[in-house]
Design a protein around this ligand. Sequence first.
Ligand code: NKO
Length: 201
Amino acid sequence: MASVLAILAAYLIGSISFAVVVSRLFGLSDPRTYGSKNPGATNVLRSGNKAAAALTLLGDGFKGWLAVWLALTFKEQYELGSSTIAAVGLAVFIGHLWPVFFRFVGGKGVATALGVLLAINVWLGVGTFVTWLVVAYAFRYSSLAALIASLFAPFYYGLLFGPDLTLLAVAIMSGLLIYRHGSNIANLMRGKESRIGSKKK
Ligand code: NKO
């Protein structure tokens, strides 16, 4: 029972879209109406407001971290197994992609996955983030950086811990993240993807 509640709570936490909430607080347009139309930090940056983009990244990342951290912290007290911890990580990520509070139209999961990875293991999170930074710095595409980082994340997990249920959860997150970047992949291939720093159209 505690496991079901933990997974449900994680899904609800994940459903809070910080791109939408932060944009409202800053009096900016809804990020679902401009640029890539994605409720994510990269698209909020296209509004030109860097602070709002940074807060979106922090909020969406923090919720991923919080859900897994809470599950890990109360693991003994509520007898949560490692499969529940893995499911909580997946549930907060899925909440971000298909949020119950926003008619199931969510984001692409990059910042939230980073939060989840950081809570699983700091080095896993840091390694994946550094991978994102290197690709983003080299090519200036946020989406390409996320795609490459998501390919490396399960590999890093495997190196650190070997195969287990959490690796499966990380691999599923990676697969869903790539699936959600379909329009970005198409734009990258056509040379139409917008670079980090270019404003909204
Ligand atoms: O608007 O479609 P868009 O161009 O906005 O956006 C594409 C973008 C969407 O993602 C975001 C969040 C940006 C966060 C940037 C820093 C986070 C570094 C993340 C590490 C990658 C984690 C992958 C883990 C997979 C399991 O892509």
